[in-house]
Design a protein around this ligand. Structure first.
Ligand code: B12
Ligand code: SF4
Length: 504
């Protein structure tokens, strides 16, 4: 069977994100004898137009079309499904990823797609292509048949992740995916690849929408083998681990660090403040880790408890402080406007950062706080549906846009403030955090000097690496291009702030 797999674009994000989930699906399809063709709209975004996409899909002789989609891509997904159907009305369109996992009913009633594969697709897609004429026994799907929507129950999971092998990277133009990638904090690297070492997460934070249930981990040997493959075949020198939690326990953390230390690579990952203690952070740094992301979310214990984060504010402050001290670039993810947010919780967050004396991650810009957005698959979303905050789930998906990010619109207000006040308070918080940190740096000349030297060194080393690969002319253009882009971002942000302030 000939299958076309499509990655949608990720809004105006510039990076060519490797479609890892789709690549695993491609592998599963090859294993059962299918031919696979790929269209990556994220990578091709500059060249993509509806007309050219229609022409290309029409020219393909396909029997099944598979699309990977997040909840936030619903509107774009709908458009692409319509193009597929206009080209091949009778070819089934199957969707996988978070959108299909959590919004199967909305996908099947609100778009022309035919089948939703819920959660992990590796086993399900193989069963599906073998039984395309008779889907009733294919577990883990919801589909439309003769105008009826049929739900075949829970997803099917791979118990032993080592057993599924590596994705068929040879099908992808890998060099294109290395372009523009890198590790946070601009660690000097040449080629960065994203991989997952596990699926699932043992925690259940109320705002989080996880794609997988059941935590399963690849063996460390299997992970090492894949990294070695990337080193040997493509000259990859850095890895961004994009699992929910690579360091899911101290034991696993030390195992991973021990293995990575021997590989001579740079790497980065998402950490958890209750797991990453000083000793583990040092082991991470020693084995090549350059950045760690922490979902700090809030400096208020009341909010952390409401989120079911299962961490203490003090633990969080210590972990970030230790990571910074260890010399890691620390990305701090923050959420604003969670149910219960008020002036007291804001002050607690201000106090948290004051005591921490750290405020990343966009140097020169005050923005790093996201407004809470209930996403399908999260307990927060389910509550919103139950209590009537969200009434029309299709309309909600349509409104999700490109997802939440600093500067994204407010979709639901859980606080006692009116909408404008809430946004104003978010801006004020960001500014206060930024101002406090700048004041701290000014009061400590050694920190000021160190930051300046670190940033200058980082810029020089990255420029050299970039110049080696792309030539001097392109490098100068890139450096010069950076400043207008930063200026534009700051200007737009300030304008947004002013427009809110004017209303008051
Ligand atoms: C990397 C990543 C990104 C990258 C995208 C890279 C890419 N090319 O996919 C970027 C940075 C763009 C990104 C952005 C966002 N992300 Co993101 N991201 C991830 C992350 C960390 C890894 C994805 C991955 O590769 N997983 C590993 C592979 C193996 O899993 P998978 O992709 O889910 O694929 C499996 C199944 O889903 C299924 N499947 C997937 N596609 C298909 C297709 C078919 C045809 C079939 C049959 C099956 C199938 O089978 C696959 C194999 O089992 C996940 C968390 C996670 N660990 O999954 C979050 C995650 C997907 N992101 C999430 C979120 C919230 C976002 C943002 C909204 C965040 C924001 N602040 O704006 C944006 C939205 C982007 C947009 N366009 O709208 C949520 C999704 C929530 C939701 N309900 O949609 C996740 C689950 C994180 C979380 N726990 O909350 N993200
Ligand atoms: S926010 Fe992080 S720790 Fe919490 S459930 Fe989601 S992935 Fe797990």
């Amino acid at each position: 069977m000939k299958v076309l797999l499509i990655q949608l674009h990720h809004g105006d994000r510039e990076i060519n994100f490797f479609p890892l989930g789709l690549a695993y699906i491609a592998g599963a399809l090859l294993d059962v004898g299918c031919d696979v063709e790929l269209i990556d709209l994220q990578m091709e975004k500059t060249a993509h137009s509806q007309a050219s996409l229609t022409e290309r899909i029409k020219a393909m002789n396909v029997e099944l079309i598979g699309i990977t989609a997040y909840s936030t891509q619903f509107a774009h997904f709908k458009e692409v499904v319509d193009i597929c159907k206009a080209c091949h009305a009778d070819v089934p369109v199957v969707v996988g990823g978070p959108l299909a996992t959590y919004s199967a009913m909305q996908v099947l009633t609100g778009t022309n797609a035919d089948i939703c594969v819920k959660s992990e697709g590796d086993i399900t897609i193989q069963r599906l292509v073998k039984s395309l004429d008779n889907l009733k026994d294919v577990k883990g799907i919801t589909y439309r048949e003769n105008g009826r929507i049929i739900n075949n129950g829970e997803a099917v999971y791979v118990d032993d992740l080592d057993s599924i092998g590596f994705p068929p990277y040879h099908l992808f133009d890998m060099e294109k995916y290395f372009e523009g990638q890198g590790l946070y904090g601009d660690a000097p690297t040449k080629k960065t690849m994203s991989i997952v070492t596990s699926r699932g997460c043992p925690y259940s934070c109320n705002f989080c929408s996880m794609t997988f249930k059941n935590v399963r981990r690849r063996s460390v040997e299997n992970v090492v083998k894949e990294i070695q493959f990337f080193k040997d075949k493509y000259g990859v020198d850095s890895i961004a681990f994009i699992d929910e939690l690579v360091i899911s326990s101290k034991k696993r953390g030390y195992e991973i660090c021990g293995a990575l230390a021997k590989l001579n690579i740079k790497w980065g990952c998402q950490g958890r403040v209750n797991i990453c203690d000083k000793e583990l952070l040092r082991a991470m740094k020693a084995s090549g880790c350059t950045y760690v992301g922490f979902g700090v979310e809030s400096g208020s214990q009341k909010i952390l408890d409401a989120m079911n984060k299962k961490v203490k504010v003090e633990q969080s402050r210590e972990a970030v402080s230790n990571a910074v001290e260890t010399g890691l670039f620390v990305v701090v993810q923050m959420i604003f406007g969670y149910p219960g947010e008020d002036d007291t919780t804001i002050n607690e967050t201000v106090d948290y950062f004051k005591r921490l004396n750290y405020y990343p991650p966009y140097p020169g810009s005050p923005a790093n706080v996201s407004l809470i957005t209930p996403l399908p698959g999260s307990a927060l979303y389910d509550n919103c549906v139950k209590d009537g905050t969200i009434t029309d789930e299709i309309e909600w998906l349509n409104g999700l846009g490109q997802g939440y990010y600093p500067g994204a619109p407010l979709l639901v207000n859980f606080t006692g403030w009116d909408d404008d006040t809430l946004i104003k308070k978010k801006f004020e918080l960001e500014e206060t955090l930024y101002r406090n940190y700048k004041a701290y740096v000014r009061r400590h000349p050694s920190v000021f000097l160190k930051k300046g030297i670190d940033e200058a060194l980082r810029l020089v080393s990255r420029s050299i690496i970039y110049a080696r690969a792309n030539g001097a002319q392109k490098t100068v253009a890139k450096i010069l291009g950076h400043f207008p882009a930063r200026f534009k971002f700051n200007k737009e942000y300030a304008e947004l702030q002013r427009s809110i302030e004017k209303k008051h």
